[in-house]
Design a protein around this ligand. Structure first.
Ligand code: GRF
Length: 197
């Protein structure tokens, strides 16, 4: 069974959907740890509930960025991570980690990338921009993380119709429902490709 490490900075509802999928057997993987840059967030409570090991780590605790990177790499190595899954992680993943886990880091983004990706496009800002542009369709994307923010190869997308009555929050909620369905499925499919090599 492959080992997954999840990174989250917030509520962790996607993290929960991944936990649920491992529990009901639709995702054949072991969540070996959760990494967060913040304490006191709901994602950590979820990890505690399921006895998933936690690392809270922030670059601000380190005098040198390099020491931070090394600590992250060491933890990933200790947990024997096969795949890193970003689930609402709001910090930049260091280049050294991206290079060490090339094609082994996935991210979910709440828009149809390449639209509304990159700097400033996170959380509710994304949905606000979609409504301002009067797009009639939005959705979510799962992509491989590369050193260029939100630009790695897209694995899968789910589309969601934008309603005239939509608020950014209402649209976000409908997209989140699709995220919860899509992410565990894509992770399972992606992990299966590891066995072929
Ligand atoms: C999701 O909308 C995801 O697409 C984005 O951050 C949000 C995380 O939500 N990257 P949650 O913490 O999983 O509830």
């Amino acid at each position: 069974m492959k080992n997954i490490v999840v990174f989250a900075s917030g509520s962790g509802s996607n993290f929960q959907s991944i936990i649920d999928a491992t529990q009901n057997g639709s995702l054949n993987a072991h969540i070996v740890g959760l990494i967060s840059n913040k304490s006191g967030i709901k994602a950590l409570e979820r990890a505690e509930k399921y006895r998933i090991p936690i690392l809270v780590i922030s670059e601000s605790e380190f005098h040198e960025y390099k020491a931070y990177e090394q600590q992250l790499l060491l933890q990933l190595e200790n947990w024997k991570a096969d795949l890193i899954v970003l689930a609402g992680y709001l910090r930049k993943i260091p280049g050294s980690v991206i290079r060490a886990y090339e094609n082994r880091i996935l991210n979910i983004h709440p828009s149809l990338l390449p639209k509304y990706g990159g700097k400033g496009f996170y959380g509710i800002n994304v949905h606000r921009a979609v409504l301002e542009a009067k797009d009639t369709i939005s959705g979510c994307s799962i992509h491989i993380v590369s050193e260029e923010y939100d630009k790695g190869p897209i694995l899968e997308q789910a589309k969601v119709n934008v309603l005239v009555s939509d608020t950014p929050e209402a649209l976000a909620a409908r997209i989140l429902e699709q995220e919860h369905l899509l992410y565990p499925k894509v992770i399972e499919t992606y992990l299966n490709t590891f066995n072929e090599n």
